[in-house]
Design a protein around this ligand. Sequence first.
Ligand code: AMP
Length: 451
Amino acid sequence: MAGFGQHDTSRALHDGTDSFPPAMKILVVGSGGREHALCWAIAASPLCRKLYCAPGNAGIAREATCVAIAVDDHDGLVRFAREQAIDFAVVGPEQPLVDGLVDRFAAAGIKAFGPGAAAAALEGSKGFMKDIAARHGVPTAAYRRFTDAEAAHAYVREHGAPIVVKTDGLAAGKGVVVAATLDEALAAIDAAMIGGAFGKAGTELVIEEFLDGEEASFFALCDGEHAIALAAAQDHKRVGDGDTGPNTGGMGAYSPAPVVDSTMAERIMAEIVRPTLTAMRAEGRPFKGVLFAGVMITASGPKLIEYNVRFGDPETQVLVPRLMSDLLPALIAAADGQLGTYHLRWHDTVALTVVMAATGYPGGYARGSEIRGIERAEAMKDVLVFHAATALRDGKLVATGGRVLTVTAMGRNVAEAQANAYAAIDAIDWPGGFCRRDIGWRAIAREKSAR
Ligand code: AMP
């Protein structure tokens, strides 16, 4: 991966981490582009002797030994970690965090990165997250929780549109309807509560005020007591150019986010992240791991839209390449409660990632189409290709999911990073896939108007 050898690993052993065993066995749990980026960074750490990923994918297999254990097989993961004497586990996706995998690792004596189930409720239950924010003065949209469709109908009739209807539980990013009309809001309530569109996740709803502004994702590393800012990013959720069409898991991202300058980042830390950490400690659920705040930058300042309790996907694919410091000791310091004096250094460049998805995504799509030419893209300067859903079959690389590759490139500004990313994408030969051609458009328009 040309041009990406710049990890500043020299600092790793001087960050208060001297007591770590010099070479550790690490297990990363997950199989997406996020986990590929995490594995890429962890494999480069001098603290890492052996890296496993469960279950991983064909790209991750170049950084780690992949083991065929599913992320929901907690017994299997804990057994494997004990058998292999894993020193540190990093849990990527939200579902196993919400389901208590980090607690299971802890009970087995295995140190792990990520919140336990009690703290992961910040993502697992929107109602819980809203109540915490409301009780502790974290700025967020006005809201009410509902378990009864009639009461929910009455509330939206009273407040009118636009209004936002959210399932309480995890719904794979599909449980939020930003309703432009009253009818849309009523239909969203009925689909979740009467139609059962989201199963148990939709039996309770949060209905909240529509926030107007520009959205950004803000990441902070937390050790239960202290938080350090990582970086901000912006992503594109809609499948089509110009941010049109259905929502997806994310079609691309870039970092830094121009709306989050250093003053705004400090406001988000002071008004949202630190009060949340204090609140979680006060309520007996200290939060360790990555706090990923979806924030709306409104005319009256930053407001919390939602919390995720893990690294973002595809945001990790733009955060990790910008990190100059060694990621692994920072994750360990978070798990150990040692972030109080921790400091991370960042490359002063922009990273932009474009998701390549199987044709048809986010609707139905075929699996098994062949992908060629990745090595041509990887040979380009400042380009990294992270795999999200690939496998090797009979020596051929094939797509095994909806979002399949994330192609990250660096540049001095968003426009340059975008040009580099699309040059790399154009070198990849995958007739069964597509991507958006305009990732970063808003930031590029801003760069042009600033000139
Ligand atoms: P969430 O899963 O809560 O992040 O919601 C998904 C998306 O819906 C967010 O990324 C926003 O674009 C939008 N959204 C959620 N809540 C609000 C809100 N209160 N006002 C405006 N847009 C929202």
